[in-house]
Design a protein around this ligand. Sequence first.
Ligand code: SF4
Length: 1023
Amino acid sequence: MVDAVPRLQITPYGEPARRALAGLIAALKGGDPLRPVTVVMPSALAAVTVRRALARDGLVATELVTLPALVPRLAAQRLAIAGHRPLGSLEARLLVRSALSETQGQLSELAHHPATLAALAATFAELRPLTAHELGRLAAGSRRAAEVVDLYRAHRRLANGRADDHEAVTVAEEAVRADDGALDDLGHVVLFLPRRLGRAELDLLRALSARDRLAAIVGDGAVAAELEPFMGPAAGNAPQATTTSVEARIVRAPDPAEEARVAVRVVLEHLRSGLPADRTAIVSRVAQPYALLLHEELAAAGIEHSAPAPLRLAQSIAGRALLGLLRWPANGHRRDDLMRLLRSAPLRDPAGGATRPDRWDRHARNAGIVGGLEQWRHRLDEAKRARLERLTAPLVDAVAPTLPLDGIDTEGDGRIAELDALGSFVERLAAATDPGGRRGWGALSRWAEALLVKHLGNEAAATNWPDTDQRARTAVLDVLQELAALDGIGPEPDVEEFTRLLAHELERPAGRVGRFGHGVFVGRLVDAVGADLDLVVVVGAAEGTFPPRPLDDALLPERERGAAGGALRPRGTTAEQEAHDARAVLAGATTAVITFPASDPRTQRAQQPSAFVLQLGGEPHDIASFEWWLAAGLPPATPTEFDVAQLVRARATGLPIEQLPVVTAARLERGLAAAGARARGEFAEWSGAVGRWPELADDLRHPRSPTGLQQWAKCPFSYFLGRVLELRALEDPGDAESISAMDRGTLVHVILERFFRQRLGRAVDARWTSADYDELLSVADDIEATFRARGLTGRPLLWQAEWAALRRHLRKILDADGRDPRLVGVAPADVELGFGFEGEPTPPVQIDLGDGRMLNFGGRVDRIDRSADGRKLVVLDYKTGSAYNYGVIDAEHEEHDIVRRGELLQLPIYALAARAQFPDAEEAEAYYWFVGQRGAIEMKGGPVDQPATERFESVVRTIVDGIEEGLFPARPGADDWRPSIGPTHANCMYCEFDSLCSTNRGEQWLTIRTRDELDAYVELCDG
Ligand code: SF4
C-alpha cells in the first residue's frame, strides 16, 4: 500500500466520496495508469454511474465490481479443484425439504409448503457463519430453536460437497490468505461506500487487509467501526446522521398512481433541460405498487428506462396458462376456472378450431355447469337434447307434467355445434391435464412442458406476443428445466406438490424492462446507494412502507436470536439504517424529489410521511389531483395527458368541449351529452324519455306474460334494458354442492301438479287420507329420482338430508291444503292450464285498452279449484319464495290493492283465464300459495271481482300507455341499506342492471318525477 494513502477514510456520501475515490485510485496507481485497481461498489448502478464519472478524466486498468461478483473470481480455482459444485437456491430449498422429511419435528408437517422451505433456507443462510458453540447456545433458547438448529445440521450434511454463498466467501478468503495468484489481476482493492457487512465478508476483507491490498472509503460510522479493528482508525469525520447535502423537494400526492405521474413529470422536465436519462433514477423502498405504475407511466411518456419487469412470471401468458392447466383438474374441472384460463391466455385446441370462451361460458352457464367432469358430460348432453327438441322434454311421462318451456329457439343449429365443440374440448383437455401415474421432478416437468407447448404453441407461435411475455415464456421453460434437474433430491413429488413449488418459482419477476445502465433507472432504493446521479426521485416515502413495519421472524424470533451472543443479527434493517441508505442515495444526486401518498388506496386510510422525511424538514408540496400539473400550464408527459390538457384548457377558457378533437376522435360526444343531460336532471332520451316508436306498440300485440308489464311498473328503465334492448346478466349456476333455488321450485311445482292432476274432480268435502299422504310421497319420490338422475340435486350426502326435509314439508303442504278455509268447499278442477301462447288450446286473456287496442296475455295457471255447483272458482299460483311484501294484496289489508301498484298482475289474469275455461262460474278468487320451506305456508290474494278487474284494467292501461309513449325513467325506489350490499335502493337491491345505472339515480328520480308526462306513472307507483 502507498504510505501516503489512508487505508480507511470516512467521508460524506456523494461528491466528497467520489472525489476521495478518484484521489485514492490515482494514489494507488502511483503514476502508472496501467497498475490494476479493483473497486468494490455497493451496487451495480453505483458501479456503472461512478465508472462513467471517473472515465471523464481517463480511467484504465480499473475495475468496478460488486462484492458478490468479486467473490467467485477469487474462489473459482479452489472450488474447481475441490470439485465443489455451486448450490443453487432451488436445490438448497429441496435439501431443506429432504431434511424435513428425515426428521419428525413439528416443522416436518410443513415440508410440502414452498414458503416454509424458502423461510428455512433463508434462516439456514443466516446460520452459516455461526460456530458450533454459537449454534448450541441458540438451540438452548427454545424447542423450536433447537428444531431449527437440528434441521440446519441435517441440511448441512445433505449439502456436503456443494458450495453455497457462504462457502464461496470462505474459500475466497482462503485464496487471499494463501496468496495463490487469485489476487494477481485485481491489484489493490478499494471498498467504496459499503453497507453493513456479514461476518464472512469481514473475514475476507480482513485477509485482504492482511495482505496490504485493501483500502476503504466509507460513509457510515457503524461500518467504519467494523473495519477499524483490522484497518486501523478511520481518517476523516462521519457525516451528521440527520443531514443530507442535497435539498430535497417533498411532494404529497393523493395516491401512488399520482406519485408515479409526478415522478415521470419531474424526469421529463430534466430530460427537456438536456440532462441524460441514464443519470436519473426513480427508486422506492417497496416494489408494489410502484414498479408497475412507474413502468406504465414511463412507457406512456416514451422514456427509455431500465427496471425489473413489473409482472411476475405467474402473471405472464405462459405462467398463467401453465398454472391454469395444472390446477384445473386439481380444483375439480370447474367451469369458472376453465373460462378464466381461456380468457387469460390464447389457449389452442390441439384438435384444431378456435376456443370460444365467451360463447362457451354462456352455453355452460345456461346448462347449469359448475364443475366436475360428470356434470360437464351430463349437462352438456342435456343442453344438446333440449336444443334438439326445442323444448324441455317431459320429466315423468309423455302426457302429463312438464318442466317450464325453455324459450324460443332463435339461434338455429349453431348452438348444437358449439355445445359439441365445447364438450369435446373439455374431454380432450381433461385427458391432457391428467398426469396419470407420473411422479418425480423430471417426469412431471417434461409432461408440464409438453402440456404448455401443446396448448400455447411453440416459440414461433409466440412471436406476436408482447416482448415481456415472449421473454417470460423462455423463463417459464427454464424454470421447468431447473425443476427437471432435481430428481434424486428427497422424496418424489406428486403433481400437487410439483404445482405448488412451480407456482412459488413463478413468483419471480418476468425478467427486466430495458437495458441496465441505459435510460432512467427504476428500482429499489438500496440499489442506488453510492450511485452518481443528476436526479433521484424517491417514491412511497410514507410511514409504514418506508421502511415496512418489521415482522418478527416466526422461526427464530428476535429474543431468541439474542441468545446466540450477537452472532445472529436482527432480521431486516432498522429505521436508522433505512434512513441512512436514503440519505446516501440523495447525496449521490444533484437534485432530489421525495414523494409520499396522502392515503393508501387499499385501506382508504390517511398516510403520514416517514420519519426520515420528517427529519429532512420542510413543508410538503400538496398535489390536489391529477390535473394540477396541466392546470398550472406545465407540459403534459404522456399522450393521455395531452388529451386531458386540451380539456383543461377548454374548461379554463369556457370553450364547449363537445367539438374538441380529443372528444370527437374518441367518439365521446354522445356519452358527454348523456352525462350532461343526466347531471342537469333533464327528462329526455338520455334519462328515459325515448319517445314513441312503432316497435314499442307493435310488440304489445303479441301474447305476453304479465312479468314485463310488472317490471315496467316497478322500474321502467329496467323494462327498457331487459325487454326493449334485451340485455340480461349471465346466470351463474352457483355452487354444485346443492340443488339450485330454481330447480327446487320446479321440483315442488311438478310434484304438486302431478299429485293434484290425479285428483281432479274429487269430492269437495273429501278429506286427505293417509293413502293420499303416501301417494304424495310416492309421486315425490318418482320425480325426485328423475331430478337426481339428471344431476340437478347436488352432492348426494347433502341432498339426502335436504330431500328428507322436503318430504316432511310436502306433508305440511297437504295439511295446509286440507285446513285452509279458502279451500273448503272446492276441489281441484284443472292444473297447469295453458292459455294464449302458440300451441295452447285455450285462447289468450284479452284486455280492451281503448282506441281499438287489444292486449293479449298468455300464461299457465298452476291450479284451479271449483265448487260442487260450479259457481265458485279458486285459482292458485304456487310460489316457493318469500311472502314478504305480498300483504297488500290480501282483501283484509287496509291499503288492499290486488295488483300492488302494477307489480303483481298475475292473479287477475289467471282468474280471467279460469273464468274463460269454466264459463258457468259466477265468482273467482285468486291466491299466491306460498309453499316454500322458508316461512309459513300461507295464501295471499282475494276475490277478483268487478272492482278488482277494473283496477287491474286501469293499471294495465297506464303501463301500456307509458310503454307506447316511450317513457322509461329509472325509479330506484326508497333508500335502503343491506349488510351485504351497503347503501342501495329498494328496487335496485336484486336488479341485474345495478352496475349499469348511475350512482345518483335516487336524486335523478326525485328531479324527473315532477314532469307532467310522468303524472300517470307517479300516481300509479308513488301516489
Ligand atoms: S338498478 Fe334500480 S334504477 Fe336501475 S334499472 Fe334496476 S331498479 Fe331501475
